[in-house]
Design a protein around this ligand. Structure first.
Ligand SMILES: [Zn+2]
Length: 340
């Protein structure tokens, strides 16, 4: 099969690789219908995360099951499935509490790399959710978005306690931030302030339900949020970047008693204890338990209530993965869909 491999920062190639096979009796092998490049793939691509030798890439996937191991009961060959970036049994105490990304059996969801024609998925019964039928082609991008960025934006909104009557601010205008806006809208937020300096992203934020756009960032951005909220700050802030600046921007944009949902993968963030102490802000986040939300998100996509697939503004054949990474790295694309 063909699959994307990162050799060194900036050096992504699509190689001939071995077809994945069933290793554990709880595995499935899926034939990829679509896959994509994640904002978090850019950390090793940019050399901010270490690259330890050639690494198969990709953790977002939708596809059709080719084969299952002997102990798989809930899904079967021929079904179209959506999974997420961590595999989980969905039965342990942590999973049942809704934190499948901290499952006691947690392991990478796309064991052999999702930016490929086929992929081995561990713990298939707990990890994969089948759609009601083989989806029409125009729903595939949205189902793919559910695999990570939609589920992550959704968790950000839930962790930030978004709800009716709430004012929500979203820090970060990547795919996760934009889908955090969509989630906030669906969860009934009254006002949604998207923080973005890029016109195409502002436009999508407004389409997804943003009511205000703030172009300032850092302390200026915080001041703008305060201006818009009678000096109080937002009730709920979704942090979807993962840097020191974005995290402090999120905390300082939140009113006392309010909530930050942080879902940007944290890189070198250090929180000042005393400021946190006096802020009276709740912090919750981490790797989104996408599996918790998948059945509902698939429903919303299937009945065409939401169209999160709009975040894919570049579609390329898998063999052009290198250009897909480059376009996202240079912020020419919000998110690249790869056709295997
Ligand atoms: Zn579990």
């Amino acid at each position: 099969m063909r699959g994307a491999v990162l050799y060194a920062p900036g050096d992504i190639r699509v190689d001939d690789r071995d077809d994945p096979t069933i290793v554990e009796p709880t595995d499935a092998v899926i034939r990829m219908a679509a896959t994509c490049v994640c904002g978090s793939d850019l950390w090793p691509y940019r050399g901010i995360e270490e690259v330890n030798g050639p690494s198969p890439m990709g953790h977002e996937y939708v596809g059709v099951i080719e084969e299952v191991g002997s102990e798989v009961r809930n899904v079967k060959p021929g079904q179209f499935v959506v999974g997420s970036f961590f595999a989980s049994d969905n039965t342990c105490e942590i999973c049942r509490a809704g934190y499948q990304t901290s499952c006691v059996q947690r392991q990478p969801g796309a064991a052999t790399g999702a930016q490929a024609q086929y992929c081995r998925i561990p713990l298939a019964d707990g990890t994969l959710v089948a759609t009601p039928d083989i989806p029409p082609a125009d729903l595939v991008p949205s189902l793919l978005a559910a695999s990570d960025v939609l589920g992550t934006g959704w968790f950000g909104a839930v962790a930030a306690e978004v709800g009716p009557g709430r004012t929500v601010a979203v820090v970060g205008d990547g795919a996760v931030g934009l889908l955090g806006v969509l989630a906030a809208k669906q969860l009934g937020a009254e006002r949604i302030i998207a923080m973005s300096r890029h016109e195409s992203r502002q436009k999508l934020a407004l389409e997804f339900g943003a009511t205000d756009i703030v172009t300032e960032r850092g302390d200026d951005g915080v001041a703008k949020i305060k201006d818009l909220t009678d000096g109080l700050g937002a009730h709920s802030v979704i942090e979807a970047v993962g840097t020191q600046e974005s995290m402090m921007q999120a905390i300082r944009s939140t009113r006392p008693g309010g909530h930050v949902g942080y879902v940007g993968v944290s890189h070198d963030v250090e929180l000042p204890g005393q400021e946190l102490f006096f802020s009276h802000v709740h912090l919750h986040g981490g790797p989104a338990p996408v599996r918790r939300f998948l059945p509902d998100l698939i429903d919303l996509i299937w009945n065409r209530t939401i169209d999160p697939g709009k975040v894919f503004d570049l579609t390329l054949p898998l063999d052009q993965a290198a250009e897909g990474y480059k376009a996202m790295d240079e912020r020419r694309a919000i998110k690249t869909l790869l056709q295997p």
